[in-house]
Design a protein around this ligand. Structure first.
Ligand code: 13P
Length: 259
């Protein structure tokens, strides 16, 4: 059984104080989980510190970004091998905040995805549409374009054991969550597309959803097993809310698996 992967994407938030206050609480709840696995995605500078604190637990580390170069004169950048060195398991690629605020385009994101996979970490490819694109019914096109751009420089097998996170841009930080039917539709569409290219690897791809996930709005995600995880931004920064959310997801998965 694939465990449901909950990633706390702290974005540009956190401090030693925040970690010291909250990590034990996260470790404690992690011990009680059967259906979920937790991963923490802090800013780069805290990865190593957290890695030491989560040793001997099943909590994993996720990086928020990576450079396309392995070494050299690239001031301010971090390579995939450095992330590997400090115990990172997953790397978020193409988050819309990087696309928007750091001008990361579809080609750069494709290069990062391929590099991360080739060097043995698990890329999480974030894809999703803006409100305008949604209005113009471009969601499927936007998502497939990103996948095709990766296929241009690699082949379909690159997606084996990777994660695709559907994160509608209009849902991130907005308090508006996507309807499960829309999430289901886009995930099925992507799955079908990948399946048409390779029948084997689709079962080794995780599908996550991200965008304003909170305690009050997730019920509809657990009527069927459409997704394998959440990327959580804002709620992961308030430990009380994060714990309540994890407990609710765990309970929902328990009920879903019994039915
Ligand atoms: P919010 O949960 O704050 O909407 O952020 C989602 C996100 O961007 C996860 O990567």
């Amino acid at each position: 059984m694939k465990k449901f992967l909950i990633i706390a994407n702290w974005k540009l938030n956190g401090s030693y104080n925040f970690i010291d206050k909250n990590l034990n609480i996260i470790k404690k709840i992690n011990n009680s989980l059967n259906y979920c696995q937790l991963s923490i995605s802090p800013p780069y500078v805290y990865l190593n510190y957290i890695n030491n604190l989560i040793k001997n637990t099943s909590i994993s580390l996720t990086a928020q970004n990576v450079d396309i170069h392995l070494k050299g004169s690239f001031t301010g950048e971090i390579s995939v091998n450095m992330l590997k060195d400090i115990g990172v398991k997953y790397v978020i690629i193409g988050h819309s905040e990087r696309r928007i605020y750091h001008n990361e385009d579809i080609d750069l994101i494709s290069k990062k995805f391929v590099l991360v996979k080739k060097y043995g970490l698990i890329p999480i490819l974030c894809i999703g549409e803006t409100a305008e694109q949604k209005k113009n019914k471009l969601t499927e096109k936007i998502c497939i374009n990103q996948i095709n751009s990766i296929l241009k420089i690699s082949n379909i097998k690159i997606f084996n054991n990777t994660i695709i996170a559907y994160e509608p841009i209009w849902a991130i930080g907005s308090g508006k969550i996507a309807d499960i039917n829309e999430v289901k539709k886009i995930i099925l569409f992507i799955k079908k597309y990948i399946f048409s290219l390779n029948k084997e690897i689709i079962k080794n791809i995780y599908f996550q959803y991200g965008g304003s996930v909170n305690f009050f709005n997730i019920n509809h995600f657990f009527t069927k097993k459409y997704i394998n995880g959440f990327l959580i931004g804002k709620v992961s920064l308030t430990i009380k809310d994060f714990v309540l959310l994890i407990e609710k997801i765990e309970k929902s998965l328990y009920l879903l698996n019994r039915s």
